[in-house]
Ligand binder design. Structure first.
Ligand SMILES: [Zn+2]
Length: 730
């Protein structure tokens, strides 16, 4: 069966001859990989690999040699660039077979197999630093020029069915063969090579419990073959669609969006706290028609227990999800929490038992026994990962697993990977070595840091500072536009990551921008609800929002401006802390709050009554909150003075009024920046350190006070004012 581009219904045909004609061999491979990875029905994030064998000039001998270009370790097809492909001399790679065959004990999971991975480096062409993956032999040992190895939903559905060999034959006839599950490595490459030798007409193989591999001597033909095989499998599955009987029929109904979000906002911090006892996690809420169809179904408990099938799925999703059998129509929220708690205890015990039953004498120590996927009828799927990108990947993988189970149950009976095989991948020493090579996590990795006032000045500088420490940053500001501009800068700087999942705001990247008016409790609450839906909870909060209203020439402030000054500078931080308190207590995780006060809080002077007294109230609020929120939350104050640089607190009229007050000569025609500089120099001269105070100085201390470096400090006000002796606290 040869399909034309317009015939594909279950995959996107994206090949464009015009684009390809401009590209060299390696770029053609990159292009093919990107368009394959762009369709989740073809392969999952990070899953699968592609290769091309290309004639190239050897830089040493000048001779034409065959070079294997193959997606390297850790890359992702959709987002791959040229740098993600390893390159190996074909002749050198093939010589490795002799080394392998010399080993006395050979086969899957033997010592020699793991040792081969280090050998690939000896065959590198062109000083390419990209590391070869464990799938390299699948591409090197099959003698075709172009090879695609994919994890398509429709083919995994066949590969994860009880009678997978029969189904392979039924769907693909003589075109595609079948190999039983075997952990990827050199031996699997040899198994495939042998299979092809016995049956030279084969165009590909279904890999048991794993995916699809197929080949051709022309790259476009290989691409079209990949799509055709996936389309064929999908059409076969479509012919067996079960309609209302899917997953044994529906047991529960979904909740409407408002009710669902109301429950999630209460539930997520509780759940985050419970799964984060060993390591903090960032959440992703994923609610699609297909996810709901599964979680509400009769068969969900049975299928969830079997776990995911594709080996690179369950490294993220864990061996199985936690399914909470809660009746969204009949049972209360309290019952949900009760069932969740019981479920978590049982899950951890199960995981420990699985580890104990499957471990080898040299296995790495048991990892975090908490689930990374939680399924709740009526609500959907909640995934957890060490950062937003990882949690999106986890949600993506389980939602793909749901599709696999739906298809597999329609055509046969779904089966998972044998537990021991799953364990041998999860605790593979090569994987452990990869984990050990990862750089240590940054101070705010796994943390959600809320910066209120992030649209400008100290807040914006602080948002950048904490992002540098690995934080997920919520940039909040009265101006939604300014908040989103800061968030956009951060996302561009750090990248949105991989993983395609997340419903609504939960599909976000490492930073989001939200508007908030801290003088209104309902606005503060709405902000926190959005943060919870986006990330699953909150950690540190840093408030830099504040207001200075310039008095008139007689030093007076109108009554409404007095009230506004207090509302923003004193009541605002209280409302934020009071609303956050419920969430922090639900999570039960140690965290911190930093409130920006001012050196003015301690220095009595003329002309800034409202500002100075409101900041004095904020200073004492820090102390009161430190007591109120202990032991969970440390509360400290940051007292800046006279940060004139880029500050919204120093609008032109305030700068002019200050210059006038201090008798500093200036010209009305000068730019605001030039006037600010004059004022900054004047202020610096009044300090003990004689240095102007910058936004970065403030951001550094806001970060430090929030960090573990100040884990024993609470209820304190730290001045960052260059040294103003009249502001010394005593
Ligand atoms: Zn694979």
């Amino acid at each position: 069966m040869t399909l034309k581009p317009q015939d594909f219904k279950h995959v996107n045909y994206l090949w464009d001859d015009n684009t390809v004609s401009q590209l060299d061999d390696v770029e053609r491979l990159r292009y093919r990989s990107n368009i394959l990875g762009a369709d989740q029905r073809i392969t999952n994030t990070g899953g699968g690999n592609t290769s091309s064998k290309s004639r190239m000039t050897d830089p040493l001998s000048g001779a034409e040699v065959d070079v294997l270009w193959v997606k390297g370790s850790g890359g992702d097809l959709r987002t791959s660039t040229r740098a993600n492909f390893a390159s190996l001399y074909m002749d050198k790679f093939l010589s490795l077979e002799n080394i392998y065959n010399k080993a006395e004990i050979r086969g899957a999971k033997t010592e020699i197999e793991d040792a081969m991975v280090d050998m690939y480096r000896h065959t590198t062409f062109g000083l390419n630093p990209a590391a070869s993956s464990i799938d390299t032999p699948l591409h090197g040992l099959i003698p075709f020029r172009h090879i695609d190895h994919m994890h398509p939903i429709s083919v995994i559905a066949i590969a994860a069915s009880k009678d997978q060999e029969r189904l392979t034959q039924a769907v693909f006839e003589e075109e595609v063969g079948w190999v039983p599950w075997q952990r990827p490595g050199f031996d699997l490459g040899l198994v495939m090579k042998e299979k092809l030798k016995q049956d030279p007409g084969l165009k590909g193989l279904v890999m048991g419990q794993h995916g699809l591999i197929n080949w051709a001597d022309d790259d476009k033909t290989c691409y079209e073959l990949t799509l055709t095989l996936i389309e064929k499998a999908a059409r076969y599955i479509e012919g067996h669609h079960q309609g209302e009987k899917t997953f044994g029929g529906q047991k529960y109904q979904s909740l409407d969006e408002n009710t669902r979000n109301e429950i999630l906002v209460k539930l997520l911090p509780v759940l985050r706290g419970k799964v984060s006892q060993t390591n903090r996690f960032i959440g992703t809420v994923h609610v699609t028609e297909s996810v709901l169809l599964f979680v509400n179904s009769m068969d969900a408990p049975r299928l969830a227990e079997i776990g995911t099938s594709c080996p690179d799925h369950f490294l993220r999703t864990k061996i199985k999800p936690l399914y909470v059998d809660w009746n969204p129509q009949k049972e209360s929220y309290e019952v949900l929490i009760e069932k969740l708690e019981k479920g978590l205890v049982a899950y951890r015990a199960d995981y420990t038992a699985y580890y104990e039953a499957c471990k080898h004498s040299d296995s790495p120590a048991m990892r975090d026994p908490n689930p990374t996927v939680v399924l709740i009828p009526g609500l959907g799927l909640i995934a957890w990962g060490r950062n937003k990108s990882e949690s999106r990947v986890t949600a993506e993988f389980y939602s793909l697993a749901i599709e696999v189970m739906r298809a597999s149950e329609a055509i046969s009976e779904y089966q998972g990977l044998p537990r021991q095989e799953a364990f041998d991948i999860e605790y593979w020493l090569l994987e452990e070595a990869k984990l050990k090579r990862m750089p240590p996590e940054k101070e705010f990795a796994r943390n959600v840091v809320v910066v209120i006032g992030a649209g400008s000045g100290i807040g914006k500088a602080t948002a950048h500072r904490v992002a540098k420490e690995g934080a997920h940053v919520v940039c909040a500001d009265l101006s939604e536009e300014a908040a989103q501009a800061t968030a956009k800068e951060l996302v561009e700087m750090y990248g949105v990551g991989i993983g395609v999942a997340g419903t609504g705001i939960s599909g976000c990247g490492p930073a989001i921008g939200l508007s908030v008016d801290i003088t209104r409790r309902e606005s503060v609450r709405a902000m926190f609800e959005n943060i919870i839906l986006a990330y699953g909870g909150i950690d540190n909060i840093i408030i830099t929002a504040g207001i200075f209203v310039s008095p008139d020439k007689a030093g007076r402030i109108p009554d409404d401006k007095w009230a506004l000054t207090y509302a923003i500078n004193a009541t605002g931080p209280y409302l934020v802390a009071d609303e956050a308190k419920t969430i922090w207590q639900a999570q039960g995780l140690r965290t911190s709050l930093v409130i920006t006060t001012s050196a003015n809080a301690a220095v009595a002077k003329q002309g800034s009554f409202a500002y100075d007294t409101s900041k004095a109230a904020a200073n004492h609020l820090v102390r009161e909150l430190a007591i109120e929120l202990s032991p969970l939350v440390r509360v400290n104050g940051l007292a800046p003075a006279t940060v004139v640089e880029g500050s919204s607190m120093f609008p032109r009229d305030r700068v002019i009024s200050s210059l006038t007050k201090y008798n500093i000569p200036f010209d009305e025609s000068e730019s605001t920046e030039s006037l600010r500089d004059k004022l900054a120099i004047y202020y610096a001269q009044r300090t003990l350190t004689k240095s102007p105070i910058t936004l970065a100085d403030q951001a550094e201390v806001a970060y430090l006070l929030s960090s573990s470096k100040f884990s024993k400090t609470t209820g304190q006000i730290i001045s960052v004012d260059g040294g103003l002796h009249e502001a010394f606290l005593r």
